[in-house]
Structures are given as C-alpha cells and as structure tokens.
Design a protein around this ligand. Structure first.
Ligand code: TYD
Ligand code: MG
Length: 454
C-alpha cells in the first residue's frame, strides 16, 4: 500500500506538502499537522451513454416540507433554530469544555425521545458517567439508547438498525474511521467522519447533532470545513462563574441566524430563561454613576442589558483601557470621539467598561449608551434610572439611526422604563409615538445626549 504524507492546518484545513511554522493561508502559528493518505490506483470513470442526469425544474415545481420539523420540546432551542430540528439535517454545537454541551444534548434527547428513538453516542465519557449525569437531570426515557462505540461504520450500522429520529455524537473529535490511518481528532478524521455521518443521516432522513470542541482561540476544533459542511452551527457560551448560558446560532440553513437562547445552569441541569431582560436587570445598582441600560437586539429579540463604566485617575504613564463584553477597538473609538467632539479629557484616566451578565454586545447600537456610562462615571453624575439609551455613534460625533427601534422601545416600556434617548432619525421615522408609553428624547449629536449627565 502506497501512502503519501502532507501537512494540514488544523484551523482552516489548508493542505501543503511541507511543514511550516505558520499556515500560509490563515497565518496561524504552530497549527500544521501531519496527515497520511493511502494512495488508491485511480481508474477513469466510464462514461455511460444512457445515464439519466437530474432534470432542471422551475421554482414552483419544488415542494416545500414545512411540517416536517421536529420540535425539540425545549421552547428556547426551538425558537432559536426556527421551530425545531429538520430531519436529515446536521447540527454542530461547539463550546468550551465544561460549559454544558453534554447536558444540553441530554436534555434535547429527553425531550425528543417522546417522538421516537434517540441514539446517544457517548465516546467521550464512560456509560457510567453519562448515567450519573442523566440521573441528576431526571432523564428517564426508555427511548434513548446509549452506546460507547466510536468507530464510524459501527455507528452507521446502529443508525440503520435503530432508525433513530435523532442521533447525538458526543463528540465528533473522538469518532474515527477505521479505513483512514490518521488518529481520532485529526483534521482528516474529523472531516471524513462528519461527511460520512452526513451521508448516512441524509439517507435515513434522521437528524444528527454533533458536539464539537473549541480551540484556544474559540473556533471549533478541526478545520473550518466542518462549519461549511453542517447545516446549522450553534455556539454554547457564557461566563462559567455565573450560571448564565447563551446558545448562539452562527449559521442556519433553515432559519434565522444570530438568534440566541438563554439558559441558567442549575442543580438539575439547564433551565430555560424565558424573560432574559429581567434577569440581566435583577442585580442592577440603581442610582449609581456609570450605569446605563441599553436595549439591544439579539437575533429577533430585544434584550435590555446594563453597561457599566468606571473612570479613575491613572497612576501610570500610560492609562489603561479595559473592557469586558465590549469590543476593545469600539471602546477606543468612543473614547476618541468623546475627547475630540465633547472636550472630555480622559488622557489621564483609566477607563473600564463592561456589560453585566457575561453577555457580549456586538451591535453598534450600544455606542451611545456606553459613551454616556463613561461620561457619567467621569462626572460622577448618575443617569436617571428610568431612562434607556440607544444609538450608533459616528466618527464625527453624530448619532446614527439603529434598526428595529419600536421593538426596543416596547421591551423597555414592558420592563417599566419611562424615558428613552434615541437618534433623531429614528424619532422622525417612528409612527405611533404617543402609544409607546415612553417620553422620547431625540438627539442628533453626541454632546446633546451627554448633557444628561454633565
Ligand atoms: P457538561 O455538560 O459535562 O459540559 P461539556 O459537555 O460542555 O464539557 O457540563 C459540565 C458542567 O455543568 C459541570 O461543571 C457541572 C455543571 N452541571 C451543573 O451545574 N448542573 C447539572 O445538573 C449538571 C448535569 C452539570
Ligand atoms: Mg461533554
């Protein structure tokens, strides 16, 4: 048997014939892994003269199967996925070790087992460990079949035999194909096992859930190709010290992306949080300087969160700027705008900014709120506790419009807020201003908004 070896990047899947310290494609360091491939004698495929090729069709001739989805039974997961799991689909769930991936998978198994058999491949832990966890979670369904098998062809046989409606692979990194020489968890094995599983699942029209590990930099281990291959990519994240967990939809071929589902890790596993805004505001320090409530939009859902800032005199030559849950570059930009456009002298101050609850905000609509929090801490003057702030800040100091203003304002009203500082453009576009139940303060420039706390 003739073999050929080459080097594959564990980050992006780039292949090259020689080892290098850095991947020539994604520029990552120390990520090249050696792989061996068995060379097969290639015979040219015979061309069949009468072979039928698939016939192109018009759009209206393609049938849609909307009713085919399986609701997982966990309301939050279903909403995030767009009303359940699609049969024959492949879903990847990634996250740090110990964040609760196996717990979530087991809870989904329990909920789905009401509709048919579920096959749970636990290659990572022993059956005893899984049983211990299942007992803690009160999982008692007779329809979940556990198996410690990790060789792909045996798993495929089990799937054909049992015909499960859902197969859970915990985790894809321990599954291997016996006919491929590289070790489990290597780029080739992960890629080949995932694509073989996909074929099997599609043939049986059964849904598959793959659990995947993440690397230090936070990507799902194994090549990026895994993310391209699967239909849905979910990330399970959260602050391990807090009990809050977020399931984020990064890719979804059957529904909306950027959705989130919120959970709380408790004694008996994950509990769904149906009203996350309330949870985020529970620990709020009312009346203290440097705290601002921002209505953000996560996926399709408005979410009220608290941004906090602390500005203190620095004792070093270079002031420090730290942030948690807020992009450091965005913070630097906001500080520059406040220096230049609002004459705030922060050059001699340390600035710390964070979002409570361990959540990350990525949308620029939070800009104005963060800037007011910083100013409020600088002037030591608290913002009115019943006021929310939303708006994107431009480099010229202008406040820009944000999307879905009405949904944000409704959520704020629902949670008892009475005033809202919003971009002027949004104010002009709002239709039923009086019916929102909030006093609206339109602002065009940053300094108009900052005068609230100066
Ligand atoms: P686990 O699902 O094993 O994580 P992963 O598969 O992502 O590695 O979750 C492990 C953590 O969850 C562990 O630190 C204990 C905690 N946990 C609870 O707090 N309550 C529970 O009911 C369970 C099952 C786990
Ligand atoms: Mg696990």
């Amino acid at each position: 048997m003739k073999t050929k070896s080459f080097w594959t990047c564990s980050g992006c899947g780039n292949r090259q014939t020689r080892w290098t310290g850095q991947c020539s494609l994604c520029q990552e360091w120390n990520c090249m892994e050696e792989e061996t491939e068995v060379l097969q004698v290639k015979t040219p495929r015979p061309l069949l003269p009468n072979a039928t090729s698939s016939k192109p069709v018009r759009l209206h001739e393609i049938r849609e199967n909307k009713s085919d989805r399986f609701a997982t039974g966990l309301q939050e997961v279903d909403r995030a996925l767009g009303s359940g799991i699609v049969p024959g689909s492949l879903t990847l769930i990634g996250g740090d070790p110990g964040i609760g991936k196996s717990t979530l998978a087991l809870q989904i198994a329990q909920a789905m087992s009401k509709k048919g058999p579920v096959l749970y491949i636990c290659g990572e832990e022993s059956l005893e460990q899984v049983a211990l966890r299942a007992r803690r979670l009160n999982v008692s369904s007779q329809e979940i079949l556990f198996c410690g098998e990790t060789e792909y062809s045996k798993i495929a046989n089990l799937m054909t035999e049992i015909q499960p409606i859902l197969t859970i692979i915990d985790s894809i990194q321990v599954i291997y194909r016996g006919d491929i020489p590289s070790s489990p968890g290597s780029v080739t094995q992960v890629r080949e096992c995932a694509s073989s599983l996909m074929q099997t699942a599609k043939n049986l029209n059964a849904a598959t859930l793959l659990v995947g590990h993440v690397t230090k930099s936070g990507d799902i281990a194994g090549p990026r190709i895994l993310e391209h291959l699967v239909d849905t990519v979910l990330y399970f994240e959260g602050d391990r010290h807090l009990n809050l967990r977020l399931l984020r939809v990064m890719k979804n071929r059957f529904g909306p992306t950027d959705e989130i589902a919120v959970f709380q890790m408790g004694e008996n596993g994950l509990e769904q949080v149906l009203n996350p805004s309330q949870l985020f505001l529970e620990t709020r320090s009312i009346g203290s300087a440097g705290s601002v409530i921002i209505p953000t939009i996560e996926g399709s859902r408005p979410l009220l969160i608290e941004a906090q800032a602390l500005v203190t005199d620095t004792f070093f030559a270079t002031p420090s700027r730290r942030s948690a849950g807020i992009d450091a570059n965005r913070l630097a930009l906001l500080l520059a705008v406040s220096e230049k456009r609002c004459q705030m002298r922060l050059g001699q101050c340390d600035v710390f900014a964070s979002v409570t609850g361990g959540i990350k905000i990525t949308e620029p609509a939070a800009d104005l709120g963060i800037l007011i929090a910083i100013t409020s801490s600088f002037t030591n003057k608290p913002l009115d506790p019943k006021t929310i702030v939303v708006g994107e800040v431009g480099l010229g100091g202008e406040v820009r419009a944000v999307r879905r203003m009405e949904a944000r304002l409704k959520e704020a009203h629902h949670l008892g807020f009475s005033r809202a500082i919003i971009p002027k453009q949004n104010y002009s576009a709002l239709k039923k201003k009086n019916e929102l139940g909030l006093e609206l303060i339109p602002v065009q420039w940053v300094d108009e908004a900052l005068s609230e706390v100066q």
